[in-house]
Every structure is written in C-alpha cells, then in structure tokens.
Design a binder for this molecule. Structure first.
Ligand SMILES: [Zn+2]
Length: 81
C-alpha cells in the first residue's frame, strides 16, 4: 500500500502507472500535472466506479478499456484515483 506525502492512500493502479512513467507518487489532490478526467471502471459484475484522476492516467485507462471492450453503465460510485 502506498501513501502520498499528505497521508492519503494512493490507488495501486495509479502507483503502477506513475512508476511506469517515472512520475512522483502523489495522490490526485497533490498532483500538479494537468487537468483531471473521469473514467468508468467495470471491474466487477455489478460494481462500477467513476474514477477521477490525471488525464494521463485516464487516457491510459480508456485505452485499456477499449482493448478489453468494456462498456459504460449507470449507478456508479465515485472515487479519486
Ligand atoms: Zn496527497
């Protein structure tokens, strides 16, 4: 489990991508990168979440989703990523 300097836990997938890109490991609140975006996950059968994160990460997630052929859904939870 990784934590930002402010004490907030950083999502494991975010950590993975930040490391891959040699970027500072910080949470969305401390990120000074650029605009944020949203992405709809579909990791579970019924569980769906709207992830808010840096556009770099959102773009990567959209690309992954496009390859996996996942769709969007209603009734999502929000979370920062
Ligand atoms: Zn932080």
């Amino acid at each position: 489990m990784m934590f930002c300097k402010c004490g907030v836990e950083i999502h494991p997938l975010r950590v993975e991508l930040l490391k891959k890109w040699n970027k500072p490991l910080n949470c969305i609140n401390c990120s000074v990168e650029q605009k944020v975006g949203g992405f709809m996950t579909s990791t579970g059968k019924t569980e769906r979440e709207l992830i808010i994160s840096d556009m770099d990460i959102i773009d990567e997630l959209h690309q992954k989703a496009a390859r996996a052929g996942t769709g969007v859904s209603k009734g999502v939870k929000m979370r920062s990523f």
